[in-house]
Structures are given as structure tokens and as C-alpha cells.
Design a protein around this ligand. Structure first.
Ligand code: ADP
Ligand code: ADP
Length: 226
């Protein structure tokens, strides 16, 4: 089963004076339940492709299909995890994780039950009443992951989620992510510029070349987890 199909995608940003061709002719297929990394240097279009997959920005050319259907915008089948966490500072951990459920789950008790379950899954049980500024970077990203998982998406789109963390925390979070991936069976698309990180985490790596970004090579990681 294929979760995401990227079919001849091009993306140009057009400003008033300047046009940037960020992606051209990208083809990529992400298997259901797979862990695929988009690897390449800064500026090669990885984040752009991830945002297109989420429907946060439109493609200029080609098509992205999720579960066989062309996407038209963000959907509850996908959730995004940001490098800079993007938590709501005035809300508690619990409030951050219940936030995306507010449109769909009418019962507050039910929202909190779902949130607590995911807060526990990422190892933050006991921190429900804390605010983001009281937490370390690694803990804040755990909240980011819990918030993404809470809506029960099929697909997690992760944009250098551990890029802002120190090396030791990053390693810990990588192991945690693999545990969660195995536990939940989610499809993961993971953006990174670290070869080590891509090899450690993924089953499959799409290597980007720049200007305009395209998938230059794609390979299976021979000894992938689990
Ligand atoms: P990566 O994630 O690989 O670092 P990006 O997708 O962020 O690459 O960027 C790809 C190219 O598109 C870069 O040249 C970047 O400057 C440009 N770009 C990204 N976002 C925008 C934007 N909102 N407006 C104009 N240019 C952009
Ligand atoms: P990342 O670290 O994920 O590669 P960047 O730091 O390059 O992201 O970009 C941060 C934000 O700025 C993104 O939302 C990106 O789309 C936007 N951006 C990047 N390059 C440009 C650009 N040349 N013009 C306008 N916005 C840009």
C-alpha cells in the first residue's frame, strides 16, 4: 500500500521581484507504515516538499496523492511536526495537546482523555499542567509529537524535528521516535540534513539535489530498524 505519491511535483515561489524554483519534477512514493527520510543540504527544497505534502502550500506543477486521492489542502490524515515546536506558550502541556482536537471532539473530558494518553506515550506523564517554558527543548518536542499524534493521523510529516536539540537529547529522541513509530504504525516522512540521522531512523532515503530541488537518488537502508 502506498501512503503518499508525489507525481512530477514542481514548486516555484513568486515574489514581487524574484522567482525561486524550489522543486522540479519530484517523484516519490512513500509506503504505508514506512519511515522515509528526505535528505539533502539546506535550501534544496525538503521543507517545501513536506509543506506541499501537508497541503500547507500548493504545488505549481504535478500532483500529490494521499491514499490515492489528490490532496487539496491540509487534512486530518496528516499531522506536521515543526523544528521550532510551535507550542502555544500560554497553554499547558495538556492544553497544547487538546488544542487540535477542539474542532472535532466536542466533549472536553474526552479531549483530555485522548491528550493524556498521548502525553503518556511520549513519556511526559506528570507534566500535564506545566507550561512550555518550564520544559527542556526535548520535552517541548515531545509535546509537539503528542499534539501531532492526538488527532490520530495516518501520516506524520516531521521537519527536522530534532534539529534544535543538543546531540545527546537528539539521540534519545531518535530512539523514542522509533519506539513510537513501531507502537503506532504511522507512516513517517522525516526531513533532515544529517546522513547519520537518516540512516539511523529510516527504511528508505530520498536524497535531494538542489536548484531546483529534485530527488537525485533513492535507496533502501539495508539494516533498518526494527
Ligand atoms: P530545505 O528545507 O531543503 O532547507 P526549503 O524548502 O526551505 O529547503 O527551501 C528551498 C528553496 O526555496 C530555498 O532557495 C529557499 O530560500 C526557497 N524558499 C523557501 N520558502 C520560501 C518562501 N516562502 N518564499 C520564497 N522562497 C522560499
Ligand atoms: P528550515 O530550517 O526548515 O529549512 P528555513 O529556516 O529555511 O527552514 O525557513 C524558515 C521559514 O522561512 C520557512 O517557513 C520557509 O518557507 C521560509 N523561507 C525560507 N526561505 C525563504 C525565502 N527566501 N523567502 C521567504 N521565506 C523563506
Amino acid at each position: 500500500m502506498t501512503a503518499i505519491e508525489v507525481d512530477g511535483v514542481g514548486k516555484s515561489y513568486t515574489g514581487r521581484k524574484k522567482r525561486t524554483d524550489a522543486l522540479s519534477g519530484v517523484r516519490l512514493s512513500v509506503p504505508s507504515g514506512g519511515f522515509v527520510s528526505l535528505l539533502g543540504p539546506s535550501g534544496c527544497g525538503k521543507t517545501t516538499l513536506l509543506k506541499c505534502m501537508d497541503g500547507l502550500i500548493p504545488v505549481t506543477e504535478g500532483e500529490i496523492r494521499v491514499g490515492g486521492a489528490p490532496i487539496t489542502g491540509p487534512g486530518r490524515d496528516r499531522a506536521f511536526v515543526f523544528q521550532d515546536f510551535r507550542l502555544l506558550p500560554w497553554r499547558t502541556v495538556l492544553g497544547n495537546v487538546t488544542f487540535p482536537l477542539e474542532g472535532t471532539v466536542s466533549s472536553r473530558a474526552e479531549r483530555e482523555e485522548i491528550a493524556r494518553r498521548h502525553i503518556e506515550m511520549v513519556g511526559l506523564a506528570g507534566f500535564e499542567r506545566h507550561h512550555p517554558h518550564e520544559l527542556s527543548g526535548g520535552m517541548q518536542q515531545r509535546v509537539g509529537i503528542a499534539r501531532a499524534l492526538a488527532v490520530d493521523p495516518d501520516i506524520l510529516l516531521m521537519d527536522e524535528p530534532f534539529g534544535a536539540l543538543d546531540a545527546q537529547t537528539r539521540e534519545l529522541m531518535q530512539i523514542e521516535l522509533l519506539r513510537i513509530w513501531e507502537l503506532t504504525g504511522k507512516t513517517v516522512v522525516f526531513v533532515t540534513h544529517s546522513v547519520d540521522e537518516a540512516i539511523f531512523l529510516s527504511q528508505r532515503i530520498a536524497v535531494f539535489s538542489a536548484r531546483p530541488g529534485t530527488v537525485a537518488a533513492e535507496f533502501e537502508v539495508p539494516f533498518a530498524y526494527p
